[in-house]
Design a protein around this ligand. Sequence first.
Ligand code: GLC
Ligand code: CA
Length: 538
Amino acid sequence: MSDLPPAWWRDAVIYQIYPRSFADANGDGIGDLPGIRSRLPYLRDLGVDAVWLSPFYLSPQADAGYDVADYRTVDPIFGSLDDARGLVADAHDLGLRVLVDLVPNHSSDQHAWFRQALAEGPGSPLRARYHFRDGRGALPPNDWPSIFGGPAWTQVPDGQWYLHLFAPEQPDFNWAHPAVADEFRTILRFWLDLGVDGFRIDVAHGLVKEEGLPDIGQETSWHLLDVGESPCFDRPGVHEIYRSWRTILDEYPGDRIAVAEAWAPTLARVADYVRPDELHQAFNFSYLSTAWNAPAQRAMIDASLAANDAVGAPTTWTLSNHDVVRHTNRLMRDDQGEVAGKKPTAVDPVAGLRRARAASLLLLALPGSAYLYQGEELGLPEVIDLPPSVRQDPAFHRATGQDGYRDGCRVPIPWSGTTAPYGFGPDGGPSWLPQPDSWADLSVAAQDGVAGSTLTMYRDALALRRKAVAGQAPLTWQDAPEGLLVFDRGTDFRCTVNMSPAPLSPEAPGELLLASAPITVDGGTAVIPPDTAVWWSL
Ligand code: GLC
Ligand code: CA
């Protein structure tokens, strides 16, 4: 869509920080805002455009901060509002933008509104800001399951039940109540006034429920990517909310944006969230869950670009986040449909990293905006052997839930040193999840400046992306043998990815810029090993 004005976010690389696992300044074992501030120069040097911070608001941490008790207060475990202001100011000084996470589908059960609702009792207008109902005899008001397992309803002592699509500590707001909509417009302005550049909208597809909360009529748990038609996800009414938010974002100078976490059944339905008068971006979970083979990848890339082009939005690309198995492990599975939750299995770490690096170079060559998840630039693997006693994912002990195994991608970052906590916090200090002994070799210090390290590959890729991969230049596929993906961006950049199990020897089209693994070029022919991506200048 070359007639659209350039805007920073259309081809931005945005790095997700999971605050509790990034850097711990005060030594309590939990990452915090001062820790993030101290590491911002690292992110500037990495070459990203922006950071997105998972929630750091006041919260009992029943779902690692996605249960917010006060949307305008920083939880003391993470720091203070002054730390947040300082972080935004420092980031801006370094040329980095800051997105914060907004959690509008539900609050914490410790939010003042929910406590009032409980205190006031059945029939109180204060209950109407959530979904309180009488049960059906001894049964909950309807048959909805929670995404984390078990029923989506919890009974309170006076007999009524309240709705929670996630954990019982996360009651769903009733978005049909005008006070809820007003409150969130005020929260948006609060953070925009503080200087943030935008928001990641948690469960953006969940806010509006079908009137009457009808049964879904099947015994099932919801799987985020194939909810199909559902009385509580992707209802048409959500779009009105985002139109109203867009007018607020547009009132502020400096291109403020919002990105939707919207799990909708088709790419076209996801694209509805990024129509010109709604949000700016939506995560492309369909791509994230696409299997590692050339036809599937090519088809999904085309379908993603087409769906977003149809509404004039940039496509986003992402391979990892705090809810899914890290792509070092996930891409080794044939079945990519189950993106989250299923117990991650052991993979050959060398092969897994090799494939992950190829996937990352492919991703960074695609037109649109790329979301990276902290630690992927170090090639961190999923930690699959955390003992149950240290796991904190609220779904873990609700065995039927979808997202029970998310701790393995949330293990704190290794920065330096040869023993845990590897510079995550002070020497010898704790870390809220244990780090594997093998992570000494994966630390930032161990990879910094080392030719061939994953960190060096990401830094090179991000620098080249600015220079050699034309911002919004369209993607054009080139003919290629089976198993090889070849596409150009504009006229002087090519990306070649070998997704077959055997080496392939295409013509070397120009100067080698970067490869995810060593390749040889001899007399105009390149030999590209399996699971290897190559960037060329034409
Ligand atoms: C989103 C978040 C996830 C959280 C859930 C409930 O999916 O990414 O971490 O558990 O919403 O807020
Ligand atoms: Ca701390």
